[in-house]
Design a binder for this molecule. Structure first.
Ligand code: HEC
Length: 217
């Protein structure tokens, strides 16, 4: 009890100190929620290698940062050709994720970007709605989901907390300048990768409780 009280009063002192600094103009104006969210989104984008595929690597000052594929070597070949080079492949292409209205994410809402990162749903082919179920056809989850092409790593990114995914969406939409770069659409199977994105292949969201058979306390 005493310890709790002591902590509380220390907290009160530092809050008062901050307030008085602000009052005397000694501190910068407090950051707004938007600025915090964009800054967090930038940090997450830089630490999750988005630019390695979407352009510019980990340098936000690089030309074409996040503007999507510009060179043939940024294209992926997914499918049977991996095992047998003469066989066919789907060519998939990292898209322009800057907020350009014609060629980037400008025409999509932050919720559509959130739904892309949490559920792997293509923003261009999935309505702008809040999704409350993972069962196709229920809770606004599309009956026939159109998933993002492999190898966009959304099955990993989906495990970030909501707030982090919203922060990434905020950064992409509000923290970047639009760059016009039309990326040719990815190729893919008629089921839009649904058979690649089953719980057997990518696990479940949320992840199974800790510890699983591979883990220990
Ligand atoms: C391994 C390569 C790779 C990495 C890393 C990657 N992406 Fe992607 N991403 C892709 C590909 C390929 C597509 C295109 C999918 C398609 O055409 O269906 C894509 C598509 C997207 C889309 C959908 C854009 C649209 O217009 O449909 C968003 C949003 C996106 N990525 C955001 C991100 C973010 C944010 C990160 C980092 C947290 C990231 N990506 C990391 C490969 C990658």
């Amino acid at each position: 009890m005493t310890r709790w009280l002591r902590l509380t009063s220390a907290g009160a002192v530092s809050a008062a100190a901050i307030l008085s600094i602000a009052a005397f103009g000694g501190a910068r104006a407090p950051r707004t929620e938007t600025e915090d969210s964009v800054a967090r989104g930038r940090f997450l984008v830089l630490t999750h290698a988005c630019g390695d595929c979407h352009g510019g690597g980990n340098d936000p000052a690089a030309k074409g940062f996040l503007a999507g594929m510009t060179l043939p070597q940024q294209e992926f070949r997914i499918g049977p050709c991996a095992a047998a080079p003469q066989d066919a492949c789907f060519k998939t292409r990292p898209r322009n994720v800057t907020p350009d209205n014609q060629t980037g994410l400008g025409r999509f809402s932050e919720r559509q970007i959130f739904n892309a990162l949490r559920y792997g749903l293509r923003p261009g082919e999935t309505p702008d709605v809040e999704i409350t179920s993972m069962t196709p056809g229920q809770g606004n989850f599309p009956a026939h989901p159109k998933y993002l092409a492999v190898p966009m790593p959304w099955p990993s990114w989906r495990h970030m907390p909501d707030q982090d995914l919203w922060a990434i969406a905020a950064y992409l939409k509000r923290g970047l300048k639009p760059v016009s770069n039309k990326v040719e659409d990815s190729e893919g199977p008629p089921d839009f990768w649904a058979s690649e994105y089953t719980p057997e292949k990518i696990g479940t969201y949320p992840a199974p409780a800790f510890p699983t058979v591979n883990e220990k306390r």
